[in-house]
Design a protein around this ligand. Structure first.
Ligand SMILES: C[S@@+](CC[C@H](N)C(=O)[O-])C[C@H]1O[C@@H](n2cnc3c(N)ncnc32)[C@H](O)[C@@H]1O
Length: 166
């Protein structure tokens, strides 16, 4: 399984998880999108239906800054754009915030949802808070795992309604 990173060089290089993946040779730097493009602005939601794309063509993470990003950074990237369903950041910068995942967390979530749990856990060892993300989202990740897009959207809708009722 190939992991690619498009790096817009917008975040502190010392904290950047996309760059860390490349440095550890767990991902390849690219300028061209390949396979699944992790795009939080996408209308399509990642699901088990995308597993073939992952296997055949891999996954591309777009490492940019949450403080300064827009759809423009994603729009021209070639590939199959997918957003992740609601999950909470476990990283120290955006801890507890919904949807605002680091590049590494987005990769772990993708692998988990596509039923590659062992691979997801392997990547969680890259940073010391990696396991926190999995533990914090365990129930959600298990609910989304191996489900199709319609099922995932339904689960996500129920979760959001539950949060809003609190
Ligand atoms: C905005 S960048 C921030 C990266 C940060 N520099 C780091 O060190 O991790 C995070 C990237 O992970 C992916 N990502 C994060 N949350 C996502 C979501 N909810 N849906 C889809 N992709 C997501 C996207 O490729 C996104 O551009």
């Amino acid at each position: 399984m190939k992991v690619y990173v498009i790096d817009y060089h917008k975040d502190d290089p010392k904290k950047c998880t996309g760059r860390k993946l490349v440095k550890l040779k767990l991902a390849e730097l690219t300028r061209v999108g390949r396979g699944i493009i992790l795009n939080p602005f996408s209308e399509r939601t990642l699901s088990i239906n995308d597993k073939d794309i992952l296997i055949k063509s891999g996954i591309t993470i777009i490492d940019t800054s949450w403080n300064n990003t827009s759809q423009n950074e994603f729009i021209n990237v070639r590939g199959e754009h997918r957003r992740l369903p609601i999950l909470f950041a476990g990283n120290p910068i955006h801890y507890g915030i919904a949807y605002k995942l680091s590049s590494l967390e987005a990769l772990m979530a993708t692998l988990y949802i596509l039923d590659e749990v062992k691979e997801a856990i392997k990547f969680s060892n890259v940073v010391k808070w990696g396991h926190t993300f999995i533990e914090l989202n365990k129930e959600l990740l298990e609910a989304y795992r191996n489900k199709d897009e319609e099922e995932i959207k339904k689960i996500e809708k129920e979760i959001i309604e539950k949060i809003l009722r609190k």
